[in-house]
Design a protein around this ligand. Structure first.
Ligand code: TPP
Length: 363
């Protein structure tokens, strides 16, 4: 028998709507209403300033380590703004902009980053999962929730977030395969920020794109300019429509860049060069979006100045509130509280020992 070619249809589209100066391709502009545009911009700016304050507070020893979202605000806000409030959101550990959009208070994030479990609690009625540190582990949870939504015939989709590094994990492949096999309403947002700590994107995989990994599972995959909130929004809208119609999941690869450290325990100066950082700085999503908003008379320069002041106050008062709450939460014994419904004897013993130790020390 002669060898035959198995013809596979595959193509990955790349979508970009704004140019470097924030000028849109008019035919592709998703024409988002003014209130939504303003809310998107405000949340992106808030996330940026909140990151900056947190970096300072970490250096001062007020909070522990965290993963800044700086540079990735358009990928995060462009995607989450395109779905409904009662859809589900399953994050990894860098989704500050998404969390703020969804209504997670800054005080909660500060408490969490300062080591207080209570800060990780999702506000009542908000369909979000907590931060997930094990890379890609949240993806199967996202598929499980989507499968449940489908079985319960609920019109809710599931957004899930992860990085380029996550695509090398088994969980990523299991999640994509299951999702497509069962046509679950998932939208997978891969934030390809070019680095997985110190591992560059080229070393992560020889695949030309990450979006093409969807094609192996028979799923649509698209690459978008992840520093262009309009492109991310438009791609997510399409994916959301597909999910709601029962046509299954989509993988969206957002091409973006981590403009800051991986976490505060990292020094990117050791593994990436300044030229690369300078190149991406020019594509910073915030000024680019501001140019667009300014050209469309949605936001003027003086509005931005006023907003900066407002945000500054908001972030500082979130810290004051978090600090106040820390005073009443400063009991290390809570670490034993949420592990088991009924605490096993060995843990009870450890808890008692710690309690005794503290009492003896404090007199
Ligand atoms: C299963 C697992 N392995 C290793 C780590 C340590 N780790 C934390 S973040 C990270 C890199 C993740 O890179 P990527 O998925 O690209 O996301 P990014 O941090 O760039 O947002 C690694 C290896 C972890 N948290 N979980």
């Amino acid at each position: 028998m002669p060898r035959k070619k198995v013809r596979l249809e595959h193509a990955v589209e790349y979508l970009s709507i704004l140019d470097k100066q924030g000028k849109p391709d008019k035919d592709l502009d998703p024409k988002i209403d003014k209130d939504t545009l303003l809310r998107m911009h405000r949340t992106m700016l808030l996330s940026r300033r909140f990151d900056e304050y947190q970096l300072r507070w970490q250096k001062q020893g007020r909070i522990g380590t965290f993963a800044p979202a700086k540079g990735q605000e358009a990928s995060q806000i462009g995607s989450i703004a395109a779905v409904e409030d009662d859809d589900w959101m399953v994050p990894s550990f860098r989704e500050t902009s998404v969390a703020l959009w969804r209504g997670t208070p800054m005080t909660g994030l500060l408490l969490y980053n300062a080591g207080y479990n209570e800060g990780g609690q999702i506000p009542e009625g908000q369909n979000d999962l907590p931060i997930s540190i094990p890379v890609a582990s949240q993806m199967n949870e996202a598929v499980g929730i989507a499968y449940a939504m489908k079985m319960q015939k609920k019109d809710r989709l599931v957004m899930s977030y992860f990085g380029d590094g996550a695509t090398s994990e088994g969980d990523f492949h299991e999640a994509l395969n299951f999702a497509q096999a069962f046509k679950t309403p998932n939208v997978f947002i891969c934030q390809n920020n070019q680095w997985a700590i110190s591992v560059p994107r080229e070393q992560q995989t020889p695949s030309k794109t990450l979006a093409q990994k969807a094609l192996a599972y028979g799923m649509p995959g698209i690459q978008v300019d992840g520093n262009d909130p309009l492109a991310v929004y438009a791609a997510t809208r399409e994916a959301a429509e597909r999910a709601r119609k029962g046509d299954g999941p989509t993988l969206i690869e957002c091409i973006t860049y981590r403009l800051s450290v991986h976490t505060t325990a990292d020094d990117p100066g050791k593994y990436r060069d300044e030229e690369e950082e300078e190149h991406w700085q020019e594509w910073d999503p915030i000024p680019r979006f501001q140019h667009y908003l300014n050209n469309h008379k949605v936001l003027r320069k003086k509005d931005i100045e006023a907003l900066e002041k407002e945000i500054d106050e908001e972030v500082k008062s979130a810290w004051d509130e978090a600090e106040e709450q820390m005073k009443s939460l400063d009991d290390p014994l809570v670490m034993f509280d949420h592990l088991f419904e009924e605490r096993p004897a060995y843990l009870e013993e450890q808890r008692q020992a710690m309690k005794q130790y503290r009492e003896d020390r404090n007199g």
